[in-house]
Design a protein around this ligand. Structure first.
Ligand code: IYR
Length: 226
């Protein structure tokens, strides 16, 4: 058994007014985020994508296994392949594979099987979950809370893209198995989601969505009296 090794952790402790201001500013900054399906082809330096992935990879994870792999795709041929395969799957989805209530739920988003943004955005980052690790001798090493860990990393990725000044869309073309093949990922990795990343197009529009107010997403227990 490995003995735990501890190091001091002394983050600065700002005055409470500053904590309040930061929390509020952060909320307001994140509230301007929208999922974008209309991208500009303007280039974005790869170093920015790498920093965004570094930020996402600071996510907490079960037993600190960091069970994720971000595949960064800028190559036009690969983007074209991903678009073609995603559109083929989505054509089936919209053409009858999705049940009526699902199509109804999607109607306000105006989505369909056409995914030109997968070629237009300068980058596609494909997030894989590492179902298990591989030891040097080839045996399997168990990972823990993989979905939860990768979900948190995905959320931090989305936040990092937005706070950097770029846009993304969490996209799960379904089924996603083609991504393992196209991107030549090993058997222990499974696609989790993909994220086109870039600037929104100059004529970008997004659905007119409203976010739930706090009272609908949070409750206090026990209920405050008075
Ligand atoms: N994957 C499809 C359908 C879709 C599903 C959900 I849930 C969305 O929030 C949006 C779309 C597509 O990308 O069109």
């Amino acid at each position: 058994m490995i003995e735990p090794q501890f190091i001091p952790y002394r983050p600065t402790r700002p005055p409470i007014e500053e904590v309040a201001a930061r929390a509020h500013d952060l909320y307001q900054a994140l509230d301007t985020r929208r999922s974008v399906r209309m991208f500009s082809p303007d280039p974005v330096p790869r170093a920015i994508i790498e920093d965004v992935v570094r930020a996402a990879s600071t996510a907490p994870s079960g037993a600190h296994r960091q069970p994720w792999r971000f595949v960064i795709v800028g190559d036009p041929g690969t983007k074209r392949k991903i678009r073609a395969a995603a559109e083929a799957e989505e054509a089936e989805n919209y053409g009858g594979r999705l049940p009526e209530d699902w199509l109804e739920a999607l109607a306000p988003l105006g989505t369909d099987e056409h995914k030109p943004y997968l070629e237009i955005a300068p980058w596609i980052v494909v997030l894989f979950e590492e179902r298990y690790g591989i030891n040097p001798d080839g045996s399997h090493r168990k990972n823990f809370y993989v979905k939860e860990s990768v979900g948190i990393a995905a959320g931090m990725f989305v936040a990092a893209v937005h706070l950097s000044g770029l846009a993304t869309l969490p996209h799960t073309p379904s089924p996603m198995a083609f991504l393992s093949k196209t991107l030549e990922r090993p058997e222990n990795e499974r696609p989790f989601a993909l994220f086109p990343v870039g600037y929104p197009a100059d004529d970008c529009v997004v659905p007119d969505l409203v976010r739930k107010p706090l009272a609908e997403v949070a409750v206090e227990f026990p209920p405050p009296v008075g």
